[in-house]
Design a binder for this molecule. Structure first.
Ligand code: DI6
Length: 412
């Protein structure tokens, strides 16, 4: 707080607060938002401003009648990686499947080779423009996974790069350790030994380093079995680390149910999730993170059971899954469009999926909605209605972004 009162005051704006209310998107028409430090200090109708519209703030901003939402949250990315896999994309277009390419030694492990070969500086330089693409679209919090190192030093290198991105860019970075993403080639035929390595060497090293906010795994026929995943989650829990899971993406191994049993923050992908697993997620409060970019790019026909999540009250989040193999996605707004068109979410559900529910998926209760006391992570949009955020395809109406109370420039 300055001597003048609030640090910032925005007026002449409409607010999609995303606070559950009787109004769609928790909307406040002709609202105002005041910020002190990195927090929202006041929010409501402009007419209800204490002291009237003349209440002083160090900076008063005219929103020009635009809409303000919480800063967007991308709760599932593999943003840090070496190389690219355009050649693999060509093979898939000729008929090879994602699984066939993986089983033939391509896929994730080809990115592992490129990531191991890259220095931290090279990984940082490659990731920064990708991150900037998300920042231009109003993203103020982004999750970044490891999982292309698959040895202790390379996994820690990835996590360090992710943390460094958060230190250098105006965005909050949340990290996940994904050592159980694929079997590294040097462990071929010895998957159990690799799981031992993850549990007894990698996880303790990651926990000591403080570089990971959660532990993730890929539970799949081309990944890790439910038993192996359970071992990894048990080890993570013994180190006090929260868990989340790539589950039921290509087949139903009851991964989402397993994640729920471990009280996971989220289960992600979920195309093949059964009704039993949906019920288990509802009971444990595990968020369903849907990744329409991978569904589209892999030409997957099976859709996640959205109606069942809705009926069971499972919160649904949407994320980019930015990665070189299944989702070379650099636009979270495009994921809103795909979530609506492919998965039949309403535009409001899609927006909740990258704000309120995405915060929930990361275990963050200080953001994701516009309310007093929440972080002042804000995005201002040149739109006439919040549904436009899911409506345009390939258009970015982001006008301004505020991260932790600090307005940041949009560079196009
Ligand atoms: N599922 C995915 O879609 C990403 N990881 C995973 O477990 C894909 C990662 C890649 O293909 O590089």
């Amino acid at each position: 707080m300055t001597g003048l009162g609030w640090d910032h005051l925005w007026v002449n704006i409409h607010l999609a607060t995303m606070v559950p209310s009787t109004e769609p998107c928790g909307a406040i028409i002709d609202g105002a938002v005041a910020v002190t430090g990195d927090r929202i200090a006041w929010i409501g109708k402009r007419d209800d401003l204490p002291g009237g519209a003349s209440r002083p703030a160090a900076a008063v901003h005219d929103g020009g009648g635009r809409w303000m939402t919480p800063g967007l949250i991308d709760c599932h990315t593999h943003l840090v990686f070496g190389g690219e896999r355009a050649r693999e994309f060509e093979l898939r277009l000729k008929g090879a499947s994602y699984e066939e390419i993986a089983r033939a030694g391509g896929g994730i492990v080809s990115t592992v080779a490129a990531t191991r070969a890259a220095s931290a500086g090279e990984l940082l330089a490659a990731a920064r423009p990708r991150l900037d693409a998300f920042l231009r679209e109003g993203v103020t919090t982004i999750e970044i996974k490891s999982g292309y190192g698959l040895d202790t030093a390379s996994e820690l290198k990835m996590l360090r790069v992710a943390r460094r991105l958060g230190a250098e860019a105006p965005v909050s970075v949340v990290t996940s350790f994904l050592g159980a993403h694929a079997l590294p080639p040097e462990y071929a035929g010895r998957q159990g030994d690799y799981v031992d390595l993850v549990c007894t060497e990698m996880l303790p090293a990651v926990a000591r380093s403080g570089l990971a906010d959660a532990v993730d795994a890929f539970c799949e026929t081309i990944g890790f079995t439910p038993d192996e995943t359970a071992r990894i989650f048990t080890a993570a829990a013994s180190l006090g680390l929260k868990v989340k899971l790539h589950a039921d993406q290509l087949s139903d191994l009851s991964g989402a149910g397993l994640a729920a049993r471990f009280g996971a923050l989220s289960a992600d992908h979920l195309e093949y999730t059964s009704l039993d697993s949906v019920r288990a997620m509802a009971a444990s409060g595990t968020v369903a993170v849907l990744l329409p970019g991978a569904n589209y790019f892999l030409r997957e026909r099976q859709m996640p059971p959205v109606a069942a999540f809705r009926d069971a009250g499972v919160p649904i989040a949407i994320a980019s899954n930015c990665n070189p193999g299944s989702a070379p996605v650099l636009s979270l707004l495009l994921m809103l469009s795909m979530a609506a068109t492919l998965f039949r979410l309403t535009p409001e559900e899609a927006l909740a999926g990258v704000t309120r529910n995405a915060a929930h998926a990361l275990g963050l209760d200080d953001r994701g909605v516009l309310a007093v006391g929440k972080r002042a992570d804000l995005a201002l949009w040149d739109i006439a209605h919040p549904a436009e955020l899911a409506y345009w395809i390939g258009h970015n109406p982001c006008h301004a972004v505020v991260h932790g109370g600090a307005p940041r420039a949009i560079t196009t």
